[in-house]
Design a protein around this ligand. Structure first.
Ligand SMILES: C[S@@+](CC[C@H](N)C(=O)[O-])C[C@H]1O[C@@H](n2cnc3c(N)ncnc32)[C@H](O)[C@@H]1O
Length: 288
């Protein structure tokens, strides 16, 4: 396997089709349409080399769990200004922008956010409170790009799922610097399950036969050594967060275990899903 460390970020974008495929079993609006319109199965086949079933089972519970757990946590903050980083093919912006009091900015790399905007156009048409911005989370962010849509006197909730595990530690630091800039300008919180650990990955690997081979394939196709970008354990992740000037709360994904629809759809054992969800907390970060 040849890996180019720090390869182009666009090579990460096809992973959004993996999660879009896995998310369609969760009973979340628009997810089936998104998987179908993007032909997500074709990319999944490329990543899984015929191990489709075990991949889906491995990924579906975690993708559904993190989406629903973020929603559970997000709803406790009542923020009406929401920024999603690396939004990929997530349906959250389309769902939440049904509430006119919410201003939602979806962001991702240029090509991906362009595709997403076209998809949203097809599925829901234009909405005055749903915006699409190309943001590379690892380059310096000018928060005035956001204040074109957000009020500076109202807090922002930033969401991010499925990005940071691909980033080196230097790139993670830049994302944290950008989040500091946003929270200094608007106030609010940053919610993410993305501070993944080696301890968690080992636990996942023991519970899903597809986890390790698919991770290797992801590394080879994206040029990103996922295993090298993980924190050793949660304590190291917590320390990293504090060093970047944030305070931290954690919520367990197990809060949403009983809401997971993919367990019955895909016949995933509850105990396996329980172990997988317990490996990753949802981090809620705000400025000290
Ligand atoms: C695993 S997908 C996750 C997508 C979506 N959040 C989800 O949960 O389905 C990773 C996403 O990160 C985006 N991405 C990769 N590098 C990025 C960067 N430097 N800045 C912003 N987004 C990036 C990709 O385009 C892709 O949409």
């Amino acid at each position: 396997m040849t890996i180019v460390p720090g390869g182009s970020f666009d090579k990460i974008s096809p992973t959004a089709l993996l999660t879009a495929y896995a998310r369609q079993f969760a009973g979340i609006p628009y997810t089936r349409e998104i998987a179908e319109l993007t032909d997500a199965i074709a990319t999944v086949n490329q990543f899984t080399e015929g191990k489709l079933n075990s991949l889906v089972i491995g990924l579906a519970a975690i993708v559904e769990g993190r989406y629903k757990a973020i929603e559970y946590v997000r709803s406790q903050f009542h923020a009406t200004q929401i920024l999603e980083l690396a939004s990929g093919l997530l349906p959250r912006g389309m769902i939440l922008s049904q509430q006119p009091e919410i201003t939602f900015i979806e962001s991702d790399l240029l090509a991906m956010i362009h595709q997403k905007q076209q998809l949203a156009q097809q599925l829901i048409g234009d909405r005055p409170n749903l915006h699409f911005l190309d943001i590379d989370a690892t380059t310096t962010l000018n928060s005035s790009r956001l204040s074109a849509y957000f009020h500076v006197d109202q807090p922002v909730t930033v969401l991010c799922e499925g990005l940071m595990m691909y980033l080196t530690f230097a790139e993670k630091r830049q994302v944290f610097a950008n989040m500091r800039e946003i929270l200094q300008t608007f106030g609010g919180v940053w919610i993410t399950p993305d501070l993944t650990t080696k301890v968690g990955a080992d636990q996942m690997g023991r519970n899903s036969a597809a986890f390790e081979p698919v991770n290797q394939k992801i590394s080879s196709l994206t040029g990103r050594l996922v295993a090298e970008n993980e924190f050793a354990d949660l304590d190291q992740a917590r320390q990293f967060v504090r060093e970047q000037g944030f305070q931290l709360d954690e919520f367990s994904m197990l809060e949403v275990l009983d809401q997971l629809e993919s367990l019955s759809t895909l016949k995933i054992e509850r105990d396996i899903a329980k172990v997988m969800l317990s490996t990753i907390p949802i981090f809620v970060m705000s400025l000290e």
